[in-house]
Design a binder for this molecule. Structure first.
Ligand code: GCO
Ligand code: MG
Length: 402
């Protein structure tokens, strides 16, 4: 079953998405998401200029071999552009295999380990009262797990405050927005937010919070400790994770569960975090960590060390990614939770899909392959628009992690 054709489709139905389409000699096509927020065209070029020409003529069933052909064989390894491109090829090949065998991808992975996968939504507000309302809205929609973020008094454009209730989108069209950060104000404010949320909603709903890489390890230890009474499901990205050993400091100070990994690209980015039991949830994704093939290896290592999965699922991960994540989540034994940020209606129309949400959980559906398609004619009506994530600065102007 040879690959005979392929193309990269860049479209912007509400936000930018890069999608790889591979076609076999039997006319079966598979899709892979290759979206890298704010750097979309670099992956599109990597795929069309350097990967697609090498795929023509290869056997689409040789998924493991193709992965190594593109990773081990390319000499240059790792990095978000390379790994998003490899992830897209890998995802498209699993999609093709499923369609060829008339089977949903989760069955190829070993079948369902659960009925459906618990997801969390994003509640955010300009004030604590607004955040309370947003959490209540998610609970009304059936969610059992909600991430809560709130603007911080005296901090301009704090992370996580969206523009709509359901469609939080941090990328801005044109040049990056500049936001301002104050660790002092944040550390003093966040415990009061969760104290209020627990007062309003009790302990039956899972509450999550994303620090978005903004603290030093000792500051993160302090935050985790001050949030212990509110029993978070997890505290996400408390500190930048290039230095994996830094998480030892956080662990020495708090039992608040830690989730990390949405920007990781390979197992090497998280091996120490997992092997030393420095985290509780690994957030690597199909799209940015080299596809289903590589994600399974990360999950297997994590399973040995009691670390569960909690894959990133923001709006910049397209519907093809979300579907791939749901097939993976349904199968993997050490599943924890899946992030689910709803796509806009325009996006959903461009990518018709079989996955569904019900009572706080999702199912990938039973269509053959991944169960997502791309309406190319409609996609063509939404051309690429340059857009970037914000750049963050401390109050004195120093650039800080966003
Ligand atoms: C999350 C993330 C996102 C990212 C975005 C960057 O936990 O969902 O932190 O909101 O900011 O995916 O591209
Ligand atoms: Mg995050």
């Amino acid at each position: 079953m040879r690959i005979v054709d392929g193309k990269v489709i860049v479209c912007s139905p509400g936000r930018n998405f890069v999608t790889l389409k591979l076609v076999t000699e039997d006319g079966v096509h598979g899709l892979g998401d290759a979206t890298l927020n704010g750097r979309e065209l670099a992956v599109a070029s990597y795929l069309s200029d350097h990967v697609l020409p090498l795929l023509i003529g290869r056997d689409a069933r040789r998924i493991e071999d193709t992965w190594h052909y593109l990773y081990t064989g390319a000499y240059w390894r790792r990095g978000p552009v390379t790994m998003a491109a490899i992830g897209a090829v890998d995802t498209a090949l699993w999609d093709i295999l499923g369609k060829t065998l008339d089977t949903p991808v989760y069955q190829l992975l070993g079948g369902a380990s659960r009925e459906s996968v618990m997801v969390y939504g994003h509640a955010n507000g300009e004030t604590v009262d607004d955040t309370v309302k947003a959490v209540a809205h998610y609970i009304d929609m059936g969610y059992r797990a909600v991430r809560a973020q709130c603007a911080i008094p005296g901090v301009l454009h704090a992370y996580g405050v969206g523009r709509g209730q359901l469609y939080y989108e941090p990328a801005e069209k044109g040049r990056p927005l500049e936001s301002v950060w104050s660790t002092e104000r944040y550390l003093d404010f966040v415990p009061s937010l969760f104290e209020r949320l627990r007062k309003e909603f009790g302990f039956d709903v899972h509450l999550l919070h994303d620090v978005h890489h903004r603290l030093t390890p000792i500051e993160a230890g302090r935050l985790g400790k001050s949030l212990e009474p509110y029993r978070l499901f997890w505290l996400e990205d408390p500190t930048p994770a290039e230095l994996q050993s830094a998480f030892r400091i956080i662990r020495q100070h708090t039992t608040t569960p830690i989730a990390v990994g949405e920007v990781f690209n390979t197992i090497f980015d998280c091996a120490q975090l997992i092997e030393e039991h420095l985290i509780d949830y690994i957030r690597t994704t199909v799209i940015h960590a080299g596809g289903i093939t590589h994600l399974r290896k990360i999950a297997a290592l994590a399973e040995l060390h009691h670390v569960r999965t909690g894959a990133h699922g923001a709006t910049d991960l397209g519907p093809v990614s979300l579907a791939a994540a749901l097939h993976f989540d349904l199968n993997v034994h050490n599943f924890g939770i899946q992030e689910y940020m709803r796509h806009t209606e325009e996006t959903d129309r461009v990518f018709p899909h079989a996955y569904s949400f019900q009572r706080g959980a999702m199912h990938p559906g039973d269509a053959p392959g991944l169960g997502v398609d791309l309406d190319e004619a409609l996609a063509a009506k939404y051309p690429y628009e340059p857009a970037y994530l914000p750049v963050n600065r401390l109050q004195d102007g120093t650039v800080h992690s966003w």
